[in-house]
Write a protein that binds this ligand. Structure first.
Ligand SMILES: Nc1ncnc2c1ncn2[C@@H]1O[C@H](COP(=O)(O)OP(=O)(O)OP(=O)(O)O)[C@@H](O)[C@H]1O
Ligand SMILES: [Mg+2]
Length: 392
């Protein structure tokens, strides 16, 4: 089945799309990866997303306009990828869209909102479109996140002979852990790039979106007292499964912690980079992982990766490229798999990871122009083979 998965993550740095041919061979999902594209948002759409995110206030009118603008841009990207990869003949497109609000109270997620109206994708491509992928797991009592735990468990194994971790360093850091004699576990750790991005964007008046190569953090010095203040955050103490987002970790949060304390931007970035490394390293240690495979834009920040390695001596950290999956396309690939499973009426949520009462079939389906040919008697996969890899 020709499938495209799409997402723009919490950093809204790019729309990631992965095209793959997927088929089930017994309990193994076999993937031929065909393409990975990172496509930009038009500057005005990016600015409108930034202006709508918490703690900013927005209006229902602006939410509606953003839903359309994001949906149309996803539709353009979907159509380009479908054309270039499948000569326009794509069966299923699964779009996560753009998270604009993830409603968490204490240990529970009560709602989540992704924009990017999938009808535009269906109209433009004629494919069967799967959207609204997080809501069903939340309705089943889960966090609707981290959904990437599905791919992590398929690749690392549900019960490997050692404790293995999969780490994502996006706007937020999250981890999936699998190991002998335990159910897979996954949760959001804390801010990976969300806070450093917010500081860089504010300091440069929006001209820059992140600390390229971690250069500024590398020049700065960690303020230990301020780092301790940042580490004093009740979210880190909550037991997993748990999820968080930019509703908590935003610029105003940084300003509140800094509380008028004089600090240079480079030192602040060094401190926030240390915060990301410290929260991740401390959790990986507590989880007792023997090896880690990582994805997300944070893997492209050498300062963050060096801070992490320094705190975790002897722990091998590789990227998803070792599986033939381009690190930046990992999450889009997850949504391709979710779309494939959904149209086969197979659950894609891992309840021990999301905290849901049961494994749900995810998403809302928009029918395509042609009947969809699915595999008869398909069973939920227990493993994944990347038969045709893609390199970053
Ligand atoms: N060359 C780079 N140098 C430093 N940081 C980078 C670089 N490239 C990417 N990043 C960081 O990675 C971030 C984007 O990562 P990614 O796309 O994985 O996150 P995301 O879109 O927020 O996804 P998620 O929803 O998983 O959090 C950027 O906002 C930036 O902070
Ligand atoms: Mg991204």
């Amino acid at each position: 089945m020709r499938v495209i998965g799409m997402i723009s993550g919490t950093s809204f740095d790019a729309i990631e799309a992965v095209a793959a041919d997927l088929e089930l061979d017994g309990e193994t999902l076999v993937a031929d990866l065909r393409a990975h594209v990172s496509a930009e948002y038009p500057a005005e759409v990016r600015a409108a997303i930034a202006a709508s995110l918490p703690p900013a206030q927005t209006t229902i009118e602006d939410v509606c306009k953003l839903d359309t603008a994001i949906g149309q841009r996803f539709a353009e990207v979907a159509s380009e990828v479908a054309g270039a990869t499948f000569a326009g003949e794509v069966d299923v497109i699964c779009s996560h869209g753009q998270t604009v609000y993830h409603w968490v109270e204490g240990a529970h997620a009560l709602g989540t909102l992704q924009l990017g109206q999938p009808a535009f994708i269906a109209e433009r491509t004629g494919a069967t479109v799967v959207g609204d992928v997080r809501a069903r797991d939340i309705a089943a009592g889960g966090h609707g996140a981290p959904l990437a735990s599905l791919l992590d468990v398929l690749l690392l194994g549900r019960e490997p002979d050692r404790v293995r971790g999969s780490l994502n360093l996006g706007g937020i850091s999250n981890v999936t852990v699998v190991g002998p004699g335990r159910e897979p576990l996954a949760y959001d750790i804390g801010p990976a790039n969300a806070l450093t991005d917010a500081v860089v964007a504010a300091e440069t008046g929006g001209r820059e979106s992140w600390d390229e190569g971690g250069a500024r953090a590398a020049r700065g010095t960690v303020d230990e007292e301020l780092l301790a203040a940042f580490l004093d955050e009740p979210y880190y103490e909550l037991p997993p499964p748990k999820s968080t987002g930019k509703e908590l970790f935003h610029l105003a949060y940084v300003r509140e912690k800094v509380n008028g304390h004089a600090i240079s931007t480079d030192d602040l970035l060094a401190t926030l980079t240390a915060l990301s490394a410290e929260t991740v390293a401390s959790d990986l240690q507590k989880l007792g992982v023997a090896d880690v495979v990582a994805a997300g834009g944070g893997t492209r920040n050498p300062t963050l990766m060096a801070e992490l390695a320094r705190r975790l001596p002897g722990l091998p950290i590789e990227t998803f490229d070792v599986f033939g999956i381009p690190e930046a396309g990992k999450e889009a690939f997850v949504f391709a798999i979710i779309g494939f499973l959904t149209v086969h009426r197979l659950p894609a949520a891992v309840p021990s990871c999301t905290g849901a009462r049961h494994a749900s079939i995810l998403g809302a389906v928009l029918p395509g122009t042609a009947p969809l040919r699915v595999q008869e008697g398909a069973q939920a996969p227990t493993g994944l083979t990347v038969r045709t890899p893609l390199r970053s």
